[in-house]
Design a protein around this ligand. Structure first.
Ligand code: FE
Ligand code: FE
Ligand code: ZN
Length: 277
C-alpha cells in the first residue's frame, strides 16, 4: 500500500488534520509546527492529539511529518537570527514529544555569503545543541534546490552536516523531488543513477521521507517552484517510477503541490492508481 499524504493546514488542530487526510484518501500528512513565519506556537491539547492517534492507528497511517517554519535560518550571519532558529527548533522538538515517534523536517538554511563550509558548521552546531538522547523524533534535513545561498543543494553538503552531528542516529533526510531536480539531479532519465549517488554519498538508510512535487522549471534551474503532479518538467512517468522504485516505494510520500484539498484528493487517487501493489 502506498503511504501518501499532503501538506495540511494545522489551524483547526490535529484531529481535524487526521479527518482531512481520511477525506482525501491519504494515510499520512505533513503540517507546520507553527505559523510558517515562525511566530509563537499554540499550546497542544492532549485530547486533540489522542483523537488524532486513534485515527492514525485505526487507519494504519504511516509516519507523520512536521515541518519547521521555513523562515528559520540556523546558519545566518546574524547571531540573533541563529538564536531564534535554535530556540524555535528546540521548542518544536519538545512539543513533538506529545506526538512521539514521528518526523521533524527543516530547511538547513542559507549561508548568506559566509560560504557553504561555514553554513554546514553552524547548522551542525545548532543540531548538537538541540538534539537529546531521549527524544523519539527523527529530525530530517530537506534536500534543497540551491536557490541563492541555500545549504543542502547537493548530497555532499547534507552528508557534511550529518558527519558533524553527534547524535547522528536522530537524523535522516527528506528528499524533495522538485528541489533535487532543480538542484541538477536527473530524476527523469537516470533515477537509478541519482539513487546510487545518494546511496554512495549519504546512504539510502538515511532516507526517511519524500516530498513529491513536480517542478515548474527545467533541471538545474535552482529555482524551487513546485508544479502539480504531471504538469511540470519532471512529469507523470518519472513520478510513477519514483513511487514504485524498490528503494523508495515503502517510504512515506508527501505532496506539496499547489492545490487545495480537492486537487490533492485527485493527485492521491492518480498516484494510487499508478502504484504497483
Ligand atoms: Fe520544505
Ligand atoms: Fe519540500
Ligand atoms: Zn520547495
Amino acid at each position: 500500500m502506498l503511504t501518501i499524504g499532503c501538506h495540511l493546514s494545522s489551524s483547526k488542530g490535529f484531529a481535524a488534520m487526521g479527518r482531512d487526510a481520511l477525506k482525501i484518501g491519504a494515510n499520512t500528512f505533513q503540517f507546520f509546527t507553527r505559523n510558517p513565519r515562525g511566530s509563537k506556537a499554540k499550546d497542544i491539547d492532549p485530547l486533540d492529539v489522542l483523537k488524532l492517534q486513534e485515527i492514525v492507528s485505526e487507519h494504519h497511517f504511516g509516519m507523520l511529518l512536521a515541518h519547521a517554519p521555513y523562515t528559520l535560518n540556523p546558519c545566518s550571519a546574524d547571531p540573533s537570527t541563529r538564536e531564534f532558529a535554535l530556540h524555535t527548533m528546540a521548542d518544536d522538538l519538545v512539543r513533538m514529544e506529545q506526538l512521539p515517534h514521528n518526523y521533524y523536517n527543516f530547511h538547513p538554511g542559507s549561508h548568506v555569503g559566509q560560504g557553504a563550509e561555514e553554513g554546514i558548521r553552524l547548522i551542525a552546531a545548532q543540531l548538537n545543541e538541540i538534539l537529546k538522547p531521549e527524544q523519539t523524533t527523527t529530525v530530517l534535513l530537506e534536500t534543497m534546490a540551491g536557490k541563492g545561498t541555500e545549504v543542502g543543494r547537493s548530497f555532499e553538503e547534507l552528508r557534511a552536516i550529518l558527519d558533524r552531528v553527534e547524535l547522528c542516529d536522530k537524523m535522516g533526510i527528506c528528499l524533495d523531488t522538485c528541489h533535487v531536480h532543480d538542484g541538477g539531479y536527473d530524476l527523469v532519465n537516470d533515477l537509478d543513477g541519482v539513487l546510487e549517488e545518494f546511496d554512495r554519498v549519504i546512504g539510502l538508510s538515511r532516507l526517511r521521507a519524500i516530498h513529491l512535487n513536480d517542478s515548474l522549471n527545467p533541471r538545474g534551474a535552482h529555482k524551487d517552484r513546485h508544479a502539480k503532479i504531471g504538469e511540470g518538467h519532471i512529469g507523470l512517468d518519472a513520478i510513477t517510477a519514483i513511487i514504485n522504485h524498490p528503494a523508495l516505494r515503502t517510504l512515506p510520500f508527501f505532496l506539496e503541490t499547489p492545490n487545495e484539498l480537492p486537487g490533492y484528493q485527485e493527485e492521491i487517487a492518480l498516484l494510487r492508481s499508478r502504484y504497483c501493489e
